[in-house]
Design a protein around this ligand. Structure first.
Ligand code: SF4
Length: 365
């Protein structure tokens, strides 16, 4: 047994499982992906829930399942449509990987999500957490599903002081869950740990007095629950200044551009924009020059209608938003389009660009 797990011997495992699972059965939230144990739906929900809050995911999940009810439907779907379904959720590579993996399931496994840890972990975008979640929730296999939430809960229950920001620490927590997990009901056990982390054992101010496993919790006994988990800070966030413009042609159509097929927000649509390296370039004449030099667009800008900040995990965009006219002829292509407001609905835009359009509509009123 790892030294970090020495406290596991203090836990009465059967009682711990019972306390945790009965609490979950009484208190669990009514979430659409809990309605049945279809492995495809569990998988979709787990991918959506990575880095995204439950409340945000619910309407996306419902629409996604309505548009792509089966593996077959998702495998056949056009990329534009899946991006549209994901529009606003962020981390778009998640849905592209999901589609590639679903296609592999269709071709290699006859459309049935595999139930062996090796096969499922071999699918694109399926990391150890997602594999464990699908195997335990959909197939009742006692595999750990360890994400940041579960690491926090376990680090407190067993008073583990390993840094959860270090990838190597995951193994310690997986081993802990392997010891603790119920073999009768691994599905409820893993979901209960996640639910406890979401509702009770929260990052700051855990509600220990309401906690169903308080009697088993080492951190509570030692009074150190607020100090755990240990998590070192990530690298500093980078700030990027951008100027973006909603540009119209003489027919009132708006210019949109498709982002490159790799990198941040790949293949999503956006309003033309340029990076502002020196603050001087924020002056309107300079922005016009940059549009010409970097995007080959001749434009006339009217006024700046506002400023938008968008925070990614490692990056912050500060965008000054302009309106204006396009004065050169646009050659429409795969990457550049002139569209009406109605046609715009067909294209998937990332959140900061949706915010820009909203800002424009508000100013127009
Ligand atoms: Fe978390 Fe407190 Fe419960 Fe321990 S007692 S698991 S710290 S909520």
């Amino acid at each position: 047994m790892l030294n970090e797990l020495k406290n596991i011997e203090k836990i009465k495992i059967n009682e711990f499982q019972n306390d945790l699972i009965s609490w979950f059965k009484n208190e669990q939230r009514d979430l659409p992906w809990r309605k049945d144990k279809d492995p495809y739906k569990v998988w979709v929900s787990e991918i959506m829930l990575q880095q995204t809050r439950v409340d945000t995911v619910i309407p996306y999940f419902n629409r996604f399942i309505e548009w792509f009810p089966t593996i077959d439907d998702l495998a056949k779907a056009e990329e534009d449509k899946i991006l549209k379904a994901w529009e606003g959720l962020g981390y778009y590579s998640r849905v592209r990987n999901l589609q590639s993996a679903v296609r592999e399931v269709k071709e290699k496994y006859n459309g049935v999500v595999p139930n062996s840890p090796e096969e499922i972990a071999g699918l694109k975008g399926v990391g150890p957490y997602t594999a464990g979640a699908v195997l335990s929730i959909a197939y009742g296999i006692p595999e750990p599903a360890v994400d940041g939430n579960v690491m926090r809960v376990i680090s407190r229950i067993l008073s583990i002081w390993s840094d959860i920001a270090k990838p190597a620490s995951r193994k310690i927590f997986e081993q802990a869950v392997r010891h603790l997990i119920s073999h009768e009901d691994p599905s409820s056990f893993n979901q209960a740990l996640m639910e406890l982390g979401a509702l009770v054992c929260t990052p700051t101010s855990p509600s220990c007095l309401l906690c169903p496993v308080r009697e088993h919790c080492q951190a509570f006994e030692e009074g150190v629950q607020e100090e755990l988990p240990v998590k070192t800070k990530k690298n500093k966030t980078r700030h990027v200044e951008l100027a973006a413009a909603l540009l119209f042609d003489e027919n009132g159509k708006i210019v949109i551009h498709k982002r490159p097929s790799n990198g941040l927000l790949a293949n999503l649509w956006e309003f033309p924009n340029v990076e502002i390296i020196h603050s001087l370039e924020h002056e309107r004449g300079k922005v016009v020059e940059q549009f010409h030099q970097l995007l080959d667009l001749e434009v006339q800008l009217e006024k700046a209608i506002g400023q938008i900040e968008h925070v990614f995990s490692h990056l912050i965009w500060n965008i000054r938003v302009y309106t204006g006219e396009i004065t050169s002829v646009i050659q429409e292509s795969e990457e550049w389009k002139l569209v009406t407001f109605e046609e715009m609905q067909e294209y998937a835009f990332p959140v900061p660009h949706q915010k820009m359009f909203k800002l424009f509509l508000e100013q127009k009123k």
